[in-house]
Design a protein around this ligand. Sequence first.
Ligand SMILES: Cc1ncc(COP(=O)(O)O)c(C=O)c1O
Ligand SMILES: N[C@@H](CCOP(=O)(O)O)C(=O)O
Length: 465
Amino acid sequence: MDYISTRGEAPVLGFCDALLAGLARDGGLYLPATWPKMSKREIKALRGKSYQDVAFAVLKPFVDGEIEDAALKAMIDAAYGTFRHPAVAPLVQIGPNDFVLELFHGTTLAFKDVAMQLLGRLMDHVLKAKGERATIVGATSGDTGGAAIDAFAGLDNVDIFILFPKGKVSPVQQRQMTTSKAANVHALAVEGNFDDCQNLVKEMFNHAAFRDKVRLSGVNSINWARIMAQVVYYFTAALSLGGPDRKMSFTVPTGNFGDIFAGYVAREMGLPIDRLVIATNDNDILARTLKTGRYEMRGVKATTSPSMDIQISSNFERLLFEASGRDAGTIRGQMASLKQSGAFDIEPETLKVIKRVFRAGRATEKDVAKTIRTTLSETGYLLDPHTACGVFVAAKNQKPQSPMVTLATAHPAKFPAAVKLASAIDPALPTWLADLMDREERFDILAADLGVVEGFIAARARAAG
Ligand SMILES: Cc1ncc(COP(=O)(O)O)c(C=O)c1O
Ligand SMILES: N[C@@H](CCOP(=O)(O)O)C(=O)O
């Protein structure tokens, strides 16, 4: 399987090199040159199989023999052995045709664990096989950071630096990043917002001398392997609801567009998905874009679903590439315009292609609180604010008689203040995190300045020599 960049000017890579590369050298995002297909019969044969078995079947064509089957299987088993639910990602029914797909049974209580637990093992395996070290730098609006730190803490061949926006993540999210005792973990509070953190990471990737000096790698969803691992739960959810004989739709609380792009990939592979619904909070850039055809940044507003407080939705580039007929030139122009003027236009034909599958909607802060309250009183189910955005938008995009699955992306205990305000319930952290808020914090505060951040990392990254 060849991996190509959305901007068409980076070397074509195999799976292991794309895994270590993170962002492509031309600033683009890697994706497979062709989508592997699964027939209806092949998908049906996965019925009744464990999450781990489905994962192996779905991921194998992307890895394409670059890692031996037995090793891949062992890594999948170990990754999902860390989950606290035997189904890994169970489905819960909250209405006649309404389901939530609980993706928060991993170690840090967010959907990020699903991909990150596997990514940590894959990277460790590949680096050891090559006898190399890497420096991982990631940006987080709250959840990616904790999941990445948990997955990479203590690994011999990796140092990990996570940039989070100072004062803009929930206290639980912050502690999950700042209380690791592992010497290879560095939590960095950046004076800025998530987009500043993500821009810094991308600038580091685009700074060839720095990239090569520290052997830079990334674990944000710019890394193809993150998306790949997230494709699996669309298959397990669909199989539980009668797929592939029955079509269904998915609503995804969206920020960086990685999770919903994984749904697009599942559909391309042959899973009969009807609609993919983008749910945003008040930071509704994607909902506006689908309506107007113009992607236009405005200031970021702090909300009770902070992990979605994003303006630059990285993986939307992968969808634009697909919907434009893989026109790398157009993508280069659009991304240059975004950098220069904070906006770009989508060609009407491309927008039409996107709208064939995608819908979008926004949940305001009022909608989120009301959805948490009413879902609890009507069904007894407690939503976190991100999932509440999803459930609210799902209701507006539901087709009669057709199942709608909303991805439950975080456990309510990660956002206790917002959940309590909306529902009067103070959600408790699970036992293994019960003392989290008492653990000692260790982090550095840095200006949102490329030179400052690169200097800090270069001085500590063991791969820099
Ligand atoms: C809890 C939660 N929900 C939703 C999202 C949005 O997911 P994505 O960035 O893949 O669109 C995030 C962050 O990525 C998150 O942490
Ligand atoms: N919401 C994310 C933002 C980063 O997203 P990623 O999926 O690209 O890692 C977070 O919680 O950090």
